[in-house]
Design a protein around this ligand. Structure first.
Ligand SMILES: *[C@@H]1O[C@H](CO)[C@@H](O)[C@H](O)[C@H]1NC(C)=O
Ligand SMILES: *[C@@H]1O[C@H](CO)[C@@H](O)[C@H](O)[C@H]1NC(C)=O
Length: 439
């Protein structure tokens, strides 16, 4: 058995040498990768982040059932409750843009423990929480990766200001604008999705004099595809999100995490004057507004390069804000990778406890890619189908009543995305390839 394994796995690391893993990008997914992969025996994990320290950015983040489940595999789910908010009576109410009437509640597909029901939070506490689980000394700030070379014995990371670093495995978690993805997919540009996200998270007490603020998380849906999300996001903060179709010339002036200031707020007041008056009341107390264009590029079908690089999170599936599953899809990428590396290591396959654990990168990366690609391709396809549904079904409603009826039909699905269970998907793949792993 040992002989056939060795024969097929030239890229196994040396007996004494730990598996060196370099993660690029210290955001939520890079942090999650560092926390999770650091649990692998006989491994050495480094995370390279270009900023000088953890940076703050105030976006609202949905934690879906899938995200909470995967977070719970590395962290105590009770602790997550401290920085999230779950709307009552159901986690999300869908409201009519003008009347504010609830058209539908979003619920889980089956009753689950409250801790595992979708909730809202914001970027800063989630980021801090993930970083808290990263062992000391793993994160290297001030390291801007400019280029990666891959050869037969490993990868080399080149930095703006430091000496190159070698690694056995590189995890690219450098976000939607991933420099590493662009290095390997040179002709591919991000395209504007036609929608600008206006967002802000602020102290709940700014709302104390606003009459009629709701205690739930609500989404007001408009006939042209505009939607507004309002609700508490945990830790005494309140979140505002408006997704507005805007012409490209408006979008091109904006960038991620940049303030649109008083001009942005005036624009929102004007835009929403006919909508449920509660929205205007809340816009009136916004201290500031961030606005950025939602962009997308084709998703990677091969999530790996040369058995040495793995893409995860927005670097792998670059679409901002799709179905509010940005965090869960990134966590799930990492969980699939962790499971594949663990299970194909000698610790799992030949239980010789005296021997230092060795890893099988080609087989791990194959199992990782198999676990993720079918689901991701299906989600990407759904984004195109939804565009068609909007054009050919929603937008041709003859009046408001007809539109409401059609909207409700479109809101009937997507639990398969929000409640995806990557562990089960991984098991499906490993059961299929059991003999490849264990003989
Ligand atoms: C976002 O902008 C704020 C305010 O300008 C700044 O303090 C913060 O570091 C920025 N965050 C990121 C991730 O760029
Ligand atoms: C990942 O999947 C893609 C698409 O099917 C395939 O072309 C590629 O070879 C796979 N990569 C690995 C490492 O198995």
């Amino acid at each position: 058995m040992a002989a056939s394994k060795q024969g097929s796995t030239e890229l196994m690391s040396d007996v004494k040498k730990p598996l060196e893993i370099a993660i690029v990008g210290g955001g939520i997914i890079g942090g999650f990768a560092a926390a999770t992969l650091s649990r692998l025996p006989n491994s050495k994990v480094s995370l390279f982040e270009k900023a000088e320290g953890p940076r703050e950015a105030g976006a609202w983040i949905a934690l879906t059932e899938a995200a909470l489940l995967t977070l719970s595999r590395i962290a105590n789910i009770e602790e997550v409750q401290e920085f999230v908010y779950r709307g009552k009576p159901e986690p999300l109410s869908r409201r009519h843009w003008k009347t504010g009437e609830v058209l539908k509640y979003d619920t889980s597909s089956f009753p689950r423990p409250e801790n595992f029901v979708q909730a809202r939070t914001h970027r800063v506490p989630l980021h801090n929480f993930v970083l808290k689980h990263v062992p000391e000394g793993v994160i290297k700030y001030n390291h801007a990766v400019v280029k990666i070379d891959v050869d037969i014995s490993g990868g080399t990371l080149h930095f703006e200001n430091q000496d190159p670093v070698r690694a056995d495995l590189i995890v690219a978690a450098d976000g939607i604008y991933s420099r590493i993805r662009r290095q390997f997919r040179v002709n591919e540009n991000l395209e504007y999705k036609g929608v600008v996200a206006y967002r802000y998270v602020f102290d709940e007490n700014l709302l104390k004099d606003v009459h009629g603020v709701l205690d739930d998380t609500s989404s007001w849906m408009g006939r042209d595809g505009t939607s507004v999300f309002l609700g508490k996001v945990g830790l005494q903060k309140y979140g505002f999100v408006a997704l507005i179709p805007e012409p490209p010339n408006v979008a091109s002036d904006l960038a991620w995490n940049r303030s649109a200031g008083q001009r942005g707020i005036s624009h929102l007041l004007h835009y929403f004057q006919e909508w449920d008056p509660l929205i205007t009341k809340i816009i009136n107390v916004l201290p500031d507004i961030l606005a950025f264009p939602l962009e997308r590029a084709p998703w990677l079908h091969d999530l790996t390069i040369g058995d040495r690089i793995v893409f995860a999170g927005d670097a792998a599936h670059p679409t901002s804000g799709v179905y509010a599953v940005g965090s869960s899809m990134g966590f799930d990428d990492i969980w699939a990778l962790y499971r594949a590396l663990s299970e194909t290591s000698t610790k799992s396959t030949n239980d010789d406890s005296d021997e230092e654990t060795k890893y099988n990168l080609p087989l791990s990366l194959f199992l990782f890619n198999e676990t993720r690609k079918h689901f991701l391709q299906r989600v990407e396809r759904q984004t195109f189908i939804d565009g068609e549904v909007k054009r050919k079904y929603l937008n041709v409603a003859k009046d408001d009543a007809d539109w409401q009826r059609r909207l409700l039909n479109t809101l009937g699905g997507l639990d398969w995305v929000k409640e995806h269970n990557v562990e089960l998907e991984y098991q499906k793949v490993r059961d299929e390839h059991f003999l490849k792993i264990y003989t």
